[in-house]
Design a protein around this ligand. Structure first.
Ligand code: NAP
Length: 245
């Protein structure tokens, strides 16, 4: 089991189609007008994303996710910022982008937006590149957690110790999620099930990357909440304690 005293409570929030895909066919009309994580889910799902963010100290994503769209990982409108303050949090959540290579594309919205401090969690081999591309942005901090591969547990401990992160939400994509599951770091999963089929074996899912190789190692969850709103199903799972199905 993870050490609860030195790492944050970790939530994961994802939307998926009925066939388990988290992204699929490209849209013809470019970026959406407002920053979003998923193009196929409803406004209610986007509201839930902001609602979950409002309960956290920090939001984390993989580099491919944040560089693929108009995403800033910020708290949203003044309404949500007030909501955060009402619960004793800073108006804007901290932000974390995970990149082993450190090959940051500094023109992307996520890096341009200075609404709150942003950590690039990288490796020793990605450090120089990440620092060089973000040197001009004093709201961005770059830290290495491991030589070639990122040690996510070490990153979680750093976030708790240096940024006082007690609650964190991970918002994909599948590669980062998979590594978070395999490191045993996910406590709670929010999943929105959307009535669409994308098909195709190459479209992303909740957890891609390496995965678990043995059934006995599979990550075990318990569904603790289900709500139907409009055409979607909003689910919440908690991690089962080790050894229980
Ligand atoms: N439906 C939803 O709710 C939702 C949510 C989020 C994303 N998405 C979709 O998911 C897709 C992107 O997912 P993805 O799986 O391709 O990418 P991802 O996990 O967002 O990012 C992958 C990149 O992040 C870095 N990274 C991730 N995990 C790492 C680890 N454990 N250690 C070191 N670096 C790590 C690496 O960056 P470097 O290459 O720099 O090393 C890697 O190439 C997009 O299409 C996006 O729209 C959907």
């Amino acid at each position: 089991m993870k050490d609860k005293t030195s790492t944050p409570w970790v939530m994961m929030n994802m939307a998926m189609t009925a066939d388990g895909k988290t992204s699929g066919p490209k849209e013809a009309n470019g970026f959406p007008k407002t920053p979003s994580m998923s193009r196929f889910s409803s406004k209610a799902d986007h509201r839930r994303l902001l609602q979950i963010r409002a309960t956290t100290d920090a939001v984390m994503s993989g580099r491919a996710t944040v560089e693929s769209d108009a995403i800033d990982l910020g708290p949203g409108s003044k309404h949500w910022q007030r909501e955060r303050c009402r619960h004793g949090r800073e108006a804007c959540n901290k932000r974390i982008v995970v990149s082993a290579s450190g090959r940051i594309q500094p023109h992307c919205l996520i890096y341009q937006n200075s609404c709150s401090p942003l950590l690039i969690a990288t490796t020793q081999s990605g450090l120089a590149s990440a620092r060089a591309s973000t040197r001009a942005y004093d709201w961005i901090r770059v830290e290495a957690f491991g030589e070639e591969k990122i040690n996510l547990k070490q990153c979680m401990r750093w976030l708790q110790k240096h940024w006082q992160v007690r609650r964190l939400v991970v918002e994909g994509g599948g590669h980062l999620n998979d590594a978070m599951f395999r490191a045993g770091l996910v406590d709670e999963l929010f999943l929105t099930l959307c009535p669409l089929i994308y098909g195709g074996r190459h479209h992303a899912t909740i957890a891609d990357g390496v995965g678990f190789t043995q059934l006995s190692d599979a990550y075990r969850l318990r569904c603790v909440e289900r709500k139907r709103k409009g055409r979607e199903l909003f689910l919440r799972f908690l991690r089962e304690p080790d050894g229980k199905v």
